[in-house]
Design a protein around this ligand. Structure first.
Ligand code: UDP
Length: 482
């Protein structure tokens, strides 16, 4: 191997049995998936399905790979996961490309001299390491801009290459164009592109090579597994999010993905005036990163607007995000939290005592997920007032829990919610009156909340769980291999 080429990290993936889905799908669906898996195995023989990305932990892509690859391995498919190496400068550049494809300028609206060379040199070294493992006829799924530059070398050694982009913007602007101009030379000739929405594909992407595959959630993870109402209550009381009887020892249990049982031990860091909400106070909840595009501030102001209209409303608001003081790759988070906090100080007392700003501990990612799970399950209404959104997994997660979700009609949220049926869409994410009005309607009508929640869970069962996702990938691989 070239002395400059470092070994690639291979991420350990366990195996999971697709029959786990028997608790959420009927037997026919499982049988269909097992048959398709057999057909795929017959087609690809002993070839490996490689997935290549730039991180083993953190973020939705890593979470999805863990679950999808484990089910694939359980089906007898040799699905594997490799992580590329890169310098901080390389990842700074690829983070900028990420922002550009979202239509934002990121740390810089321009490309600088030598940056293309840096990108190509980094991926050249990675390609050497990768090509020593990939066999002709293997399938290689390259994830996101960080890996696009590997495509031509992999094609040269006889692999079937797919570029899977998890990000995008509904319309093009100067930044998206710059991002695509940068990436196009590397991916122009790949046999298949995958996007989460059709509108995220650049205009030059040939329709016969374009596949649209929305993400999915893992119904059995600590984030989404069933929790009974007493476990939900005890987790929320223990973490300090609601007030109620002290949890009985051992009652805050959840199951990790490896099947081991664990309990929530840590507490959330909460800013509030006065007491935590009582167990039966209706909670309005937004869970997201402290990112300007998630508009936590707008949720708080919309809530204030609603209280102005209906002062007797008893609902309380919880804005929860990952701890801003934890080590994080989200440098904007502390600043966004500070802005929300200083505006919170200016709220009238009657509103402020009902707005709870929550930093969830992130030391143990499954424990954090169990807290999010409990919070989403306990919510009367889940909000996602994003100004922009790639897909919006928090929406899917809450819908799966049968919660009525009120969310901005942006990005992938509109693929998830059918307005008035499986959730409520906010036409203008900036309009606080619309926000307050829809919230009032939902809070005042428990039957409507129940009906929407039931339809929401059904929609996720049909479209956004792992089996659909695996079948989409089976279609894709069949079409490029055969
Ligand atoms: N999330 C979490 N803990 C938190 C806040 C958020 O696990 O304290 C999760 C949330 O449940 C979701 C993901 O982070 O799974 C956010 O994904 P989404 O697609 O909503 O937005 P993104 O952050 O990718 O823009």
């Amino acid at each position: 191997m070239n002395p400059g080429a470092k070994e690639l990290e291979e991420v350990y993936v366990g195996t999971r049995d697709l029959r786990q889905f028997l608790t959420v799908h009927d037997e026919a669906r499982i049988t269909e998936a097992l048959d398709r898996a057999q057909r795929l195995k017959d087609l690809i023989g002993d070839h490996t399905v490689w997935n290549v990305n730039s991180t083993a932990v953190g973020g939705g892509v890593a979470e999805m790979l863990q679950s999808m690859l484990a089910f694939s391995r359980g089906l007898g498919i040799d699905a594997r996961w490799l992580v590329i190496n890169g310098s901080p400068e390389f990842f700074q550049l690829t983070k900028r490309l990420h922002h550009w494809l979202h239509g934002e300028s990121g740390d810089d609206p321009e490309l600088h001299s030598m940056e293309r060379e840096l990108y190509e040199a980094t991926l050249r070294d990675n390609a050497v390491a990768l090509c020593s493992r990939v066999q002709p006829g293997d399938i290689v799924l390259l994830h996101d801009p960080q890996t696009a530059g590997l495509a031509s070398e992999l094609t040269r050694v006889g692999a079937h290459v797919v570029w899977r982009c998890h990000i995008g913007h509904d319309s093009s602007n100067a930044q998206t164009e710059l991002g695509w101009d940068f990436l196009r030379p590397y991916i122009n000739d790949v046999p298949a592109f995958v996007f989460s929405r059709r509108s995220y594909a650049p205009s030059w992407c040939a329709p016969d090579r374009l596949f649209v595959i929305p993400p999915s959630i893992d119904a059995f993870s600590a984030k989404n597994q069933e929790l009974d109402s007493s476990t939900v209550g005890s987790i929320l009381v223990h973490t300090g999010l609601i007030e109620g009887p002290m949890p009985v020892k051992g009652s805050c249990r959840f199951t990790r993905i490896d099947g081991t049982s664990s309990r929530v031990e840590r507490h959330a860091d909460v800013v509030r005036l006065g007491r935590a909400p009582l167990y039966d106070a209706p909670l309005i909840v937004q869970v997201s990163r402290w990112d300007p595009l998630k508009d936590m501030m707008g949720v708080m102001l919309g809530f204030e607007r609603m209280i102005e209209h209906t002062p007797d409303e008893k609902a309380e608001l919880v804005l929860a995000g990952p701890n801003v003081h934890s080590v994080s790759d989200d440098p904007e988070a502390p600043q966004v939290f500070e802005q929300v906090l200083s505006r919170w100080y200016e709220l009238p007392d009657a509103v402020r005592e009902r707005v709870h700003l929550v930093n969830l501990p992130t030391d143990d990612i499954d424990e954090n997920a169990a807290m999010v799970n409990a919070l989403q399950r306990h919510a009367a209404v889940v909000v996602q007032k994003s100004l922009q959104e790639g897909f919006g997994l928090t929406v899917t997660e809450a819908m799966w829990k049968g919660r009525p979700v009120m969310a901005s009609a942006v990005g992938g949220i509109v693929d998830q919610i059918e307005d008035g049926v499986s959730g409520c869409l906010l036409k203008d994410p900036q309009d606080l009156d619309e926000f307050a009005g829809v919230l009032e309607t939902l809070l005042s009508d428990s039957e409507l909340r129940r009906r929407i929640g039931t339809a929401a869970r059904e929609r996720v069962r049909e479209r956004f769980l792992g089996i659909r996702h695996l079948l989409d990938y089976a279609d894709l691989i069949e079409s490029i291999v055969s």
